[in-house]
Design a protein around this ligand. Sequence first.
Ligand code: FUB
Length: 350
Amino acid sequence: MPEESIQHINFEELNKKAISSPLISHIYTADPSAHVFNGKIYIYPSHDVDAGDAFDDLGSHFAMEDYHVISMDSPEAEAVDNGLALHVDDVPWAEKQMWAPDAHEKDGRYYLFFPAKGYDGIFKIGVAVSDTPTGPFIPQPEAIKDSFSIDPAVYKDDDGNYYMYFGGIWGGQLQRWRTGSYNAAEPESPFAHLPHDLEPALCAKVARLTDDLLEFAEPARDVLITDEAGQPLLQGDNDRRFFEASWLHKYKGKYYFSYSTGDTHYICYAVGDNPYGPFTYAGRILNPVVGWTSHHSIAEYKGDWYLFYHDSSLSKGVTHLRSIKVAKIKHDENGYIKTLDPYQDLNVLA
Ligand code: FUB
């Protein structure tokens, strides 16, 4: 939702109609990556702050510096803030903009995957390690070799392999890597280097991780999303094409790749037969929330499925001050996910 359209919203009404409330309200949090470790829910969100940077299409106003891990005994339980888990000042290669992270567990150790801009202004993805799911996490001295762009999401398949999905266009810089190296031309423009509207859309990326989860085990591949006829979605298909916020979950043997359409503000999904795709576009999971961005994760808890997402209702529409939320989702008998409206009455957004 464009920032200018929020001026007219009655937030008291909107919060009454919202399908869920902020999980925590003493700090702003966004981009919730949720996992169930040892029967408990752990959420790895961005920690939003107001650093005073002006709104722009490169996302300069998202000037986050650290991460806090949020835990819950169940989706209905109180959410607990476990304090500082990692600060940008402790990451040797990173200068700023600690954007959407994710985490995973292997052999009793926990791995926090996070994007940040280096001192050269280029986003890379780093790893930090802890003996507990809540940290503090100790960062690796360098970013993951050959990593780039933003929004890592790590999926563990049933065979024990871990895959990282990542990428985001505009301020996430994915479009600058089309030739395999960073294209620094036209540095201020979020739109330079994008495909034309009738060309295949830019794809998210996926790479299997090494056994120690610290590096890519292979060059990153495209996460291709096609229409029902098997044709790649086009860049101008703004309501359906990938923008940012990758996530993967598996349901009844099928791989569900979900993502944000960015400037059209939908969380959509596509279904495939293996972790690499291709994935066939299948529909929308979440309609637009208050605030420009929409970013989610999907987790199963005791046989039910939950969408973790965010909106800017608590900050009364401030784009970069968001709050994480959770709502139940359902797959129907054919595996399709029923679209959620974040507010029961869409007129509250008019
Ligand atoms: O939180 C900063 C950025 O906003 C994330 O990396 C994007 O996915 C969007 O939510």
